[in-house]
Design a protein around this ligand. Structure first.
Ligand code: ARG
Ligand code: ZN
Length: 854
């Protein structure tokens, strides 16, 4: 069945209050739910309570047990006729959390019982109208064996607890804030707590708890610091204060995605909580900080103001990603964070937007909502908020968000509500801008600069087009904010940064009084999520690589310089690599630059990004050209790489931005040094691997070695395995490094790793570490034999019966067949058809595979 945005109807029945009673046990849990229901409007429609795999053992209305004939099930939902405007409906169901392999609803993970409800998991726990526009006050009573489950947590504030005679104990929690059921959570288990507190701006003292397995307690300090920083940041930047007496976070090992913002009780994939220098890289540390912030920020952008229906998902996700991006930028480097975020967008969202699964930030229809937790909803959604913030400026943007929060607090709102608050609070007309929510596809902007020496006029001609996407053959011109600057090649400076609004299909902008032709810096800061084509020469790009004062534009010029050489070579031209090598040398030796920025700027574009620049992706040619350029850069600048690598060796570990930047650049230097083919390259990498006092340097060295075929490779992988095989998160790195390696036998290695005794389909992190990483390894995944496609399809088929959500996330790489040669395309389509032919295939995988074949 296809659900459509325009079919939205207000709920027939509301549920202002809920009382839940859980008798918890992994094998058999009893759930009694008492719902106060009230008729919404004047109608005589039945009460429909969603259910998924539930059997009602009892159904009561106003205390009276209903006969079997007084209710029925329809597609899993419980249907009851009610006479009056208000009733109390009570149901009893039984669950088996330990056999819940979907990890949706109530499930067991490493001895814990925990929940995941977004988007539609609550209906796997109890009968309920499972839609985000039904807001209920919820009270939860839990009973469990005290020895196995000494800690009992739920949403809101703890009210009471006590012991029972038979070794069992109980706890009651109450959440005073009405919330949709997707924010429900409970956790039961043997957990240790990193306890702290935070005093809010109005002086309220909040108890903070991060709950993990006892042994993991030493790895929670970074998450706790991130939480306190997030709480202070949201007060300072958005005026948002926390609203309960406690805030708890629980880390679990088996989790379908990153984390979940349940009111007062966030539940996390442990990879986004646990960090110490021995096992976490700097990227992991940043991931912890960013995700802790993201989930915390949802308390306002998501929980206090929630979504009316799932088509509005970007209302909370796009905005919250925007908020966490800015938080992380404030905690570290704005320049580097922006570069990283654009890379995530280009690697994850641009391919989605140009493929068969393209959809608008506010989609029109879906089969399975879980498939819409996408880079488009999250990351492109964040870019939309960023564009509005840019057009409004900081004060008016804040006025807009203040209005949004004030107006919609306690409501289930829409993307339109957000835009309207921006318009009114920020005093701007966003009529045309709304197209960003409606039209899928990455807009392309062509920018042509011309200069007339006689009139001294500069003319910038901008043309835009939005490509056709599934269901949207024709597009209207968008409102595209482009920050530009015109550089004087003599002085190396510009006359100011301007924000141009491109609103028509074609538009001209004139700039007076230029004696000589300037150099165009455009889409500075990546002010709009578009692809820009320019008529800039390699010389212009080299100039900007050295002089642009906007760090993103400077990085971008360098990337474009590299792309031009690589794409030229792939197309058989003898593009000159000298300009790239010079630009890298000059960047490396510029003492004014932040090493973290340098590390970003000197990095070659990924193979996938290069593929996106080509009419047809040729994975082998891309790989060969990129490797060759890397080798030249390595060899030409070998002494520099040696200097940088030796010079940045730290004396002891620190987590400061400076120390992180130094490690990042040092690892880049190691990478180029090994790529140079220098005889001692593998030995230097192995030495770094062995002597490092932190995972950032250890894993980088391992990754570099994993690309080659040296004896050091084998040794390092063995040592790593033996050292970390007992630590699941770190063992994931061992799988991931091999799946991501540019090694001639990666496909066969991945096949072997799929049979390794430590591989399991029941842990989503492990599945992603192996198959997720592998399908992102363009060269290996697209092996012309088609074996890579077969491995991933086999995994999807095997996983679908256990965990369809995670299985469906592996489908999109197979759907990119249109971008490849006919042989590869046929092989990919054949695998998609094989998947679709499986009996009993989930809705999740069916939707993704069907759309991918179209
Ligand atoms: N709301 C969560 C977050 O962004 C993610 C929930 C994902 N749910 C899903 N069905 N994929 O932090
Ligand atoms: Zn989120």
């Amino acid at each position: 069945a296809i659900i459509r945005r325009t079919d939205y109807r207000a709920p027939d029945w509301l549920v202002p209050d809920v009382a839940l009673h859980f008798d918890l046990d992994p094998a058999l849990t009893k759930v009694r739910a008492r719902l106060s229901v009230t008729r919404n409007g004047d109608h005589d429609r039945l009460l429909r309570l969603d259910g998924d795999g539930l059997v009602p053992l009892e159904v009561k209305v106003d205390g009276r047990l209903l006969a079997q004939s007084e209710w029925h099930l329809e597609a899993g939902a419980l249907i009851i006729a009610l006479a009056d405007v208000a009733h109390e409906v009570e149901t009893l169901v039984e669950l088996a959390p330990k056999s819940n392999s979907k990890l949706m609803g109530l499930y067991a993970s490493g001895g814990l019982l925990c929940t995941q409800c977004e988007a539609e998991g609550f209906r796997r726990i109890t009968f309920f109208p499972d839609r985000p526009d039904i807001l209920s006050r919820c009270r939860v009573h839990m009973v469990a064996d005290k020895a196995r489950f000494p800690i009992l947590l739920a949403n809101g504030d703890p009210i009471e607890q006590g012991d029972e005679a038979d070794g069992r104990h109980w706890a009651t929690w109450n959440d005073p804030y009405p919330k949709p059921c997707y924010l429900f959570a409970l956790v039961a288990g043997d957990l240790a707590c990193n306890a702290d507190h935070f005093v809010t701006m109005s002086g309220r003292d909040v108890q903070l708890g991060i709950w993990v397995k006892e042994a993991d307690l030493p790895r929670t300090a970074h998450a706790m610091q991130a939480l306190k920083d997030s709480m202070a940041w949201d007060e300072r930047v958005y005026g948002r204060e926390y609203d309960l007496d406690v805030f708890n976070i629980v880390a679990v090992a088996d989790f379908n995605f990153g984390a979940m913002e349940n009111k007062g009780l966030n539940i996390f994939n442990s990879r986004y909580i646990l960090a110490d220098p021995e096992t976490a890289t700097d990227i992991d540390y940043d991931g912890v900080e960013g995700v802790v912030a993201h989930e915390y920020f949802h308390n306002w952008s998501g929980n206090r103001v929630t979504c009316r229906d799932w088509f509005q998902l970007s209302l909370k996700e796009g905005f919250t990603v925007f908020r966490d991006q800015n938080f992380s930028a404030d905690m570290g480097s704005h320049a580097v964070k922006r570069i990283e975020d654009v890379r995530i967008l280009r690697d994850g969202q641009f391919p989605e937007d140009s493929g068969p699964l393209a959809h608008p930030v506010r989609p029109e229809s879906y089969m399975e909502i879980s498939n819409f937790y996408t880079a488009t909803i999250y990351n492109k959604g964040a870019e939309l908020i960023r564009m509005m913030a840019l057009m409004l400026g900081p004060e008016r943007f804040r006025a807009g968000t203040d209005l949004y929060f004030a107006r919609h607090d306690g409501q289930a709102a829409t993307c339109e509500d957000f835009v309207r608050a921006m318009e009114e609070g920020g005093e701007i007309d966003l009529s045309q801008f709304r197209l960003w929510y409606e039209q899928a596809g990455t807009p392309r902007v062509r920018a042509l600069l011309s200069h007339d020496p006689v009139t001294r006029q500069v003319e910038l001609t901008l043309e835009q087009s939005v490509p056709p996407t599934p269901g949207q053959p024709e597009k209207q011109p968008m409102a595209i904010p482009l920050r530009v600057a015109l550089f004087d090649p003599e002085s190396g400076t510009h006359h100011g940064d301007e924000l141009l609004m491109l609103t028509q299909a074609e538009q001209r902008f004139s700039f007076p009084d230029f004696a000589t032709a300037p150099i165009l810096s455009i889409n500075r800061g990546f002010s709009a999520p578009v692809i820009v084509d320019t008529n800039r020469s390699q010389g212009d790009l080299a100039f900007l690589s050295a002089h642009d004062d906007d760090p993103f534009a400077r990085y971008e010029a360098m990337q474009q310089l590299m792309v031009n050489v690589l794409v030229g070579r792939i197309g058989g031209q003898t593009a000159d690599e000298g300009a790239v090598i010079d630009a890298i040398r000059q960047t490396l030796t510029d003492p004014t630059l932040d090493p973290a920025f340098v590390a970003e700027a000197i990095r070659l574009p990924s193979e996938a990004y290069l593929g996106d620049q080509m009419r047809q992706v040729d994975p082998d040619a891309i790989h060969a050209a990129r490797e060759a350029l890397q080798r030249s850069i390595g060899a030409e600048l070998e002494p520099l790489w040696r200097d940088v690598h030796a010079g940045l060796k730290a004396n002891g570990f620190a987590l400061s931005p400076a120390a992180k930047g130094a490690r990042k650049l040092r690892n880049a230097a190691l990478h180029y040094l090994v790529a140079s083919g220098a005889a001692d390259g593998p030995a230097i990498a192995f030495d770094q691997f062995s002597s490092a006092d932190n995972m950032t340097e250890r894993q980088a060295a391992l990754g570099t070695l994993a690309n080659g075929v040296s004896p050091e490779r084998v040794a390092a992988l063995d040592i790593f395995y033996n050292r970390y095989s007992a630590d699941a998160l770190t063992l994931d790195k061992w799988f991931q490094t091999q799946a991501f390696a540019f090694h001639p036998d990666t496909v066969d290695l991945v096949e072997e790793l799929g049979r390794h005794k430590d591989f399991t389909l029941s842990n989503p992190n492990r599945v992603r570490a192996l198959y997720g990483a592998f399908s992102g390894n363009q060269w290996a995944f697209h092996h012309r034999s088609g074996k890579g496609y077969r491995l991933v399809a086999d995994c999807i088929i095997a996983l679908d019966g256990l965990n369809p959500q995670t299985a469906a996330r592996l489908v999109p790489p197979l759907g990119r067949w249109k971008r490849f040669d006919t042989e590869r395309a046929a092989l990919m389509q054949a695998e998609l058809r094989r998947i679709l032919a499986q009996p009993g295939l989930s809705k999740d995988v069916t939707e993704q595979a069907r759309k991918s074949l179209d």
